[in-house]
Design a protein around this ligand. Structure first.
Ligand SMILES: [Fe+2]
Length: 314
């Protein structure tokens, strides 16, 4: 089994949005202005695409090419009528067909500008599937460009996990479960999915480390409050003896301190501790599920018939 390494933040390469040409900025500004969710989604997909490329140890030029493709993948949505794009209920067949045209519109927009031409394949083919069931061209297997396959994985993951007005977002493991099912049906690349799970595991590792630190900190604070409580019990019995005043001073408290503050704070901290411990349990269970999903995806990826035409896989 391939071992995953914790995500190294220092190695992360961030795309500088100032590097975008004016044409891209213009088109994306229109896109963002049209639909706030589409805008957040575009940024989400761009972010996940970056992480997948980083897990592949891609060089910066290649990474930048794919990430900018991700940024532009839904640019064709500016040609989709607002009432269809923002409809919260179920789409009719006709409306769904209209939505699908964002791929060909995106392609046309990119082809219109010399600088955007290299991103046209992602805009057109990020909804294609290996089995030929995707759109708009029903491409099969290796006919789908590698960058479009990467963006597809990022796109589906962001759509599943993103919270919308009308639905809660799926948990990481729930989303990966659905995506693993899709990969097994040749709807997306399990080889790329493996790298997404690698990233999610490294992200979880960071979250768990922080969460454990928080739990320990809450426990320490609560211990201090219990200590102060004990001192005040002794003061109640014996009065302010020099020894007890000295003990109070250790906690930067002066005689006459209002103990109800301590009691209130204790309740608040205990509730916070419970919440953080609950979160830690959740994160650990997510980590276990994702680790199992990683193993499953990795085993499946070795059997998958499609080999992305990329030097990073050789
Ligand atoms: Fe799309």
């Amino acid at each position: 089994m391939k071992k995953f390494k914790p995500y190294d933040v220092l190695k992360s390469k961030k795309i500088n949005y100032n590097e975008l040409s004016n044409e891209i900025k213009y088109e994306v500004a229109i896109l963002g202005g049209l639909d706030i969710f589409t805008d957040a989604h575009v940024r989400g997909v761009t972010n996940i695409t970056t992480k997948i490329c980083e897990e592949l140890n891609m060089d910066y030029t290649r990474l930048k090419h794919i990430v900018l493709g991700a940024y532009l993948h839904d640019v064709g949505k500016i040609m989709v009528p607002n009432e269809v794009l923002q409809k919260s209920g179920k789409l009719t067949d006709e409306e769904y067909e209209i939505i699908k045209t964002h791929t060909t519109h995106g392609y046309d927009i990119c082809m219109k500008y010399k600088e955007l031409r290299e991103y046209a394949p992602v805009a057109r083919w990020h909804h294609e599937s290996f089995d030929g069931s995707g759109y708009p061209d029903k491409l099969v297997g290796n006919q789908i460009p590698f960058e479009a396959s990467v963006v597809k994985v990022a796109d589906v993951y962001d759509a599943l996990t993103r919270k919308r007005q009308y639905k809660e977002g799926f948990k990481k493991s729930q989303a990966i479960d659905i995506m693993l099912g899709d990969a097994k049906k040749d709807k997306m690349s399990s080889k790329i999915l493996v790298h997404l799970i690698e990233y999610l595991l490294s992200e979880l590792y960071e979250e768990i480390t922080t969460c454990k630190k928080n739990v320990q900190e809450f426990k320490n604070n609560i211990q201090i409050m219990h200590d102060i409580e004990k001192i005040y019990k002794q003061i109640y019995d014996n009065g302010y003896t020099p020894k007890l005043v000295k003990k109070l001073k250790k906690y930067e408290l002066a005689p006459g301190y209002d103990m109800s503050i301590n009691a209130n704070l204790l309740t608040v901290k205990q509730k916070a501790l419970e919440k953080e411990e609950e979160r830690l349990q959740f994160l650990i269970s997510e980590e276990h599920k994702l680790q199992a999903q990683y193993d499953e995806a990795y085993t499946y990826a070795k059997k998958e018939n499609w080999y992305p035409n990329e030097p990073y896989y050789r």
